[in-house]
Design a protein. Sequence first.
Length: 743
Amino acid sequence: MKERLVKFLLLAIITTSCTSIDNHQKFDNTPSDIFEPDFSPTYVEPTRDIPTKVTSSPTSVPSSQVLTFTPEPTSTPLVSIPLEEDLYQLVNWNPELSNQLIADLNEYLETLSDKDRGRLDVGYYLSHKYVILAEEEAIYRFPDSEFSENWRWDLAFNYALVGSKSAGEIYSDLVSHDLNSGKVQLSDLVVWLQDKEPRLQFEFTSLPPVGEYQINGVLTIGNRPIYGTDPECGAYIWILKEKDRFIAYSLRSTWDFGFINRYGLHINFIDLLRDGNLVAITEHIRADTFYRPSNINIYDIGKVPPVMIEFDPPVSMVDHATWTLDNADPDQIIFSIYEPTNVISCAENIGTKWIYRFDGSKFKLYEIRTPPFSVLAEHPRCSDILIRYDLLWEIQSGNQYASAPVLELIINYPFSDKHPYSDQLYPPDERDSLRFRIGLYSALYQDYEVTLDLMESILENPASEESRWIIPASHFLTTFRRSFDLLDTCLSAEYCFSVFGIEDIVKVIPAEHIAKAPQLMQEMGVQLFDSGVIDFNLDGTLESWILFSSEPSFYTLWAVQNIDGSLRMIELGALKSDNPIMEIQISLLHEVESHLIYQIAGGEDKIEIIIWRDHPTGKIKSSYLDDYSTELMLKDIEADLFSGKDMQNILDRLLAIDSLPCWSPFASYCSAEARIAYLIGLFREMGGNSLQAKSIYYQIWQNYPYSPYSVMAKSKLAPLPRPCLDGLHHVCMDHTDQSVCAA
């Protein structure tokens, strides 16, 4: 203790005459190497401003495991052990140091072990978030640096690697800027881009002039596949020229780029709307072990800016989909999407055809078709799957167009004598079970004619004389015909809950009875373990909540909310307890902007969840408080930090998240904690508070040696100038950072 006191007093005396340093280069006593001995963080002009990162070709085999977090290294520390905090000071950050940090992080990514790279390089791709943060800071702080252009292009590629929607927008801005600045002519654009970014491939498709825009075309940006030449993922940019000005628009898709699970990329140009202008139909296809979903978008590129034509209901993710146009009717614009049933062993011709009709602003579904009976009869197992799962799910979701094909086929259902998955024999009254289920859902969505027809068909032509559904159908018809009130009917029998399940039974209850929803659900046969009323998102609107158990030791918490005059349920979280949970405690822990963090405790378990209201839909949404949900909040904060928004608001949000406990099982590898701390340090540094920034960076260096954020934090610190350290060589004993005391 006495030795430490003498050391600190001596440091205080000596440092009064010390001046701040400009960068690591000013003094030849930098901290020790970050990674391996053959590479040092001391600034050296790199041979390339941005090192090429893809040194080994990742496999293109699709993966079914898409991680929602970035794995942290767990083997060798990335930084040396620092000396005492008072031996360091904050560097005067500059473009050269920013460029060196970016190069160091790129080098780090190439040293990832096979374990850290993850299956199919998922960890490698997602680890580019560290470089993204460093590049965003560099661009924000030094926009006019000689390195700035390289930073921007590399940032776009890194966003592409992590599958961010921002990648297409950034490339769109870069291309339009360089065309307008005269750096490149449109005729040379593809060759110029290929030289600028050799890790991707480019193709420009010229299109006929549109309006006053004489130059019109679409730039395709795609990855370089290991096999073949066609890109497997990428983005499309629409380029126009008006007089002397180029403009570019990203034809955005939910799946722009996305190197993980990439499978295919297609675009077609058609005069779909028959107005003399083209539309662009884009398809982004992904794949995992069994499925190959497509993201299909239609852009009207006869309008500037382009207009995405919506589908009602949406078709943003359709498995193994193919689309066709029906030009037989000159007065109707028909767009059809065919989707095979989602079973790999079923034939491609067993599926549903969704037929959309253009109503002047969007494509609206007006019919769902199935294969003819002769085809279905040849594939009995898959036909049952199509009816019992695919179409029934649509009916249960309120899709009225799914009822018609089922009603046509129900007289022949089931096509097989065995259940398609369990291989057990169907009960003799399986057809009546399906009739009754569809009848109840039709009543729920007020298609009463279908309801009555199906219930009557059970009585008039039952699947078997001993059908278990004859009595429920008779009861339903008797009670429902009195008032056509489904709630009144369901309160007099428990078969509604056995058909609807927990998520749909609440739809039977009128919205004005939201406070009584738990009581009414119990009267309809739902066993609740606890319930109550609470204003979850503190907006003055009460929501009911219930605790329900569908299996032993497993309990789910649900919120009941009023959405557009109808009650809906959202699952908030699950508790596991071997002892029965008869009561839970709901505690508000923190508020981060409009996101409220609750702790739910009951029995032997407790969870933390985030609840917020999605303003476009009005729905309450929730997520477990985990690495992924924190990632989303931190992305928003980073975007605001590098766009010059209200700094106090940014700090308040950071501190609110920082006050939460680390939910990682290993605190020393908790990447969220290190990231939050780094952002707070960066906030302090950019705000001119060098002492607090230095202290935060030092703590990151000391406490998170396995995290790349320690590399980033260490780069912000440098030893005090040599005159400040004369006579203090004893301080360096038993430490690895000997550069402070180097002769």
